[in-house]
Design a binder for this molecule. Structure first.
Ligand SMILES: *[C@@H]1O[C@H](CO)[C@@H](O)[C@H](O)[C@H]1NC(C)=O
Ligand SMILES: *[C@@H]1O[C@H](CO)[C@@H](O)[C@H](O)[C@H]1NC(C)=O
Length: 155
């Protein structure tokens, strides 16, 4: 990684980048609701992270810097790209996926439970709940997890 990129990341409060299958993932240590998080990642020419295999699960679970995430009890929550519009990924362009990967799910037992709101988005808790997912109302402000890939048809 070059120095300029590291400087930009330091200045904007981003974490170190981790990669899997040629994609780069990073936590943004600045809380945003789901819509804002999605917009933020897309403005960086990426999208909210798609978690489509165990390698990515482990990377996200293990690379989050919890010291940067604390603000109250239950702080350690991060938005990934899955949302309850038929439970699909923010990165919906299927050319990015291998067979079966769009269906990869790692819910915490009992989840998704459709939260307590009509709009439900997916958060992971790095280091907690084994990194497994919970559906929550999209208006909560959590830390976005972005990836550096972006599809053609954004909606
Ligand atoms: C997630 O992190 C926790 C705590 O660091 C660890 O116990 C657990 O095995 C990890 N899970 C995965 C899937 O990497
Ligand atoms: C996210 O926050 C913006 C204002 O910053 C608001 O307009 C929007 O309705 C919020 N979205 C959700 C899903 O809560």
């Amino acid at each position: 990684m070059d120095k300029l990129l590291l400087l930009i990341m330091a200045a904007s409060g981003l974490s170190a980048v981790s990669s899997a299958a040629g994609r780069q993932y990073y936590f943004v240590y600045d809380r945003k609701n789901f819509t804002e998080a999605q917009r933020y990642c897309r403005e960086k020419d990426g999208d909210l992270a798609t978690v489509d295999n165990m390698e990515v699960m482990k990377i996200l679970n293990n690379t989050a810097n919890l010291d940067n995430m604390f603000y109250s009890n239950n702080s350690y929550r991060a938005w990934i790209g899955l949302h309850a519009d038929s439970w699909r990924w923010s990165l919906s362009d299927t050319s990015f996926y291998k067979p079966g990967e769009t269906e990869f799910r790692q819910w915490w037992p009992g989840e998704p439970d459709a939260g307590y709101s009509r709009k439900v988005c997916t958060a992971m808790y790095p280091h907690y709940y084994n990194g497994l997912w919970h559906d929550l109302s999209c208006d909560h402000s959590f830390y976005p997890v972005c990836a550096d890939v972006r599809g053609e048809n954004i909606n």
